[in-house]
Design a protein around this ligand. Structure first.
Ligand code: APR
Length: 241
């Protein structure tokens, strides 16, 4: 596989904003959502990851997220995360907008990160707005099926965007602003099936995609590399050396 055209596009099209999805983390051992072996192949997202589920059965939602948080914390950033951090250090990526809640871009050393679907870092009280740290949430989950707000006693909600919820306004505004200012948006590991994030690439002047398998915007991309994210992005960094 030649990544020379992608490396050249990246060099010529600045500023570049990267948009990542679950496919950037599969090489860390975290399953994606919509592949044959993805999380939603076995579990109905409406039952474990929707606001409706949280309101009707928060213990069920927390049982799913408790297991998920533990598996995400056990994972390590992979070659793709490291390559993106390196491209930012070299001034060739100005920001990473991510749909992932796993915090692996931060752990790999990326600086400018917009987490449009929230993250596992906190849980939040929908009643009074109090936030609880990940550490506090995990300590509570060892004691009870769902963590509660230290201020008002209500059940906390995971600090991630559930199906049926609006995206955090500030993060989405920042992501849209970045996309509009981008000469190139490089999508890595996302099926681009979930809106409004899937609309962001259409705001940039040009689109390139690194994804195994099809995405909803393949026909809008200037360049598509259908290959694993880690080896592709490492090869891009090397081609730019
Ligand atoms: N390299 C490149 N692409 C990969 C790799 C890899 N190593 N592994 C998987 N992929 C591809 C898959 O083939 C798939 O096309 O990444 C894409 C992941 O798509 P989804 O599973 O739909 O994940 P994502 O786009 O992040 O989903 C968006 O949906 O359920 C919600 O909130 C969840 O943020 C998530 C949102």
């Amino acid at each position: 596989m030649s990544v020379a055209p992608l490396a050249a596009l990246l060099r010529e099209s600045q500023p570049c904003v990267v948009l990542t999805g679950a496919g950037v983390s599969t090489e860390s051992g975290i399953p994606d959502f919509r592949s044959a072996s993805g999380i939603w192949a076995d579990v109905d997202p409406f039952e474990v990851a929707s606001i409706h589920a949280f309101l009707s059965n928060p213990e069920r939602v927390w049982s799913f997220y408790r297991a998920r948080i533990h598996s995400l914390l056990a994972a390590e950033p992979n070659a793709a995360h490291h390559a993106l951090a390196e491209l930012e250090r070299r001034g060739l990526v100005c920001a990473v907008v991510t749909q992932n809640i796993d915090t692996l871009h931060t752990r790999a050393g990326s600086r400018e990160i917009v987490e449009v679907h929230g993250s596992i870092r906190t849980a939040v009280c929908r009643g009074c707005g109090t936030e609880e740290t990940l550490e506090g949430v995990l300590a509570q989950l060892d004691e009870r099926p769902a963590p509660i707000c230290s201020a008002c006693g209500a059940i906390l909600k995971p600090g991630v965007v559930l199906f049926g919820e609006l995206l955090p306004a500030g993060a989405m505004e920042r992501a849209t602003e970045l996309a509009r200012g981008a000469e190139l948006m490089l999508v890595v590991g996302s099926s681009l099936e979930v809106w409004p994030v899937a609309g962001l690439p259409l705001e940039a002047r040009a689109l390139a995609i690194v994804n195994r398998g099809p995405t909803a915007l393949d026909d809008r991309a200037l360049l598509k590399v259908d290959a694993p994210a880690g080896e592709t992005l490492i090869a891009v960094v090397e081609a730019l050396d």
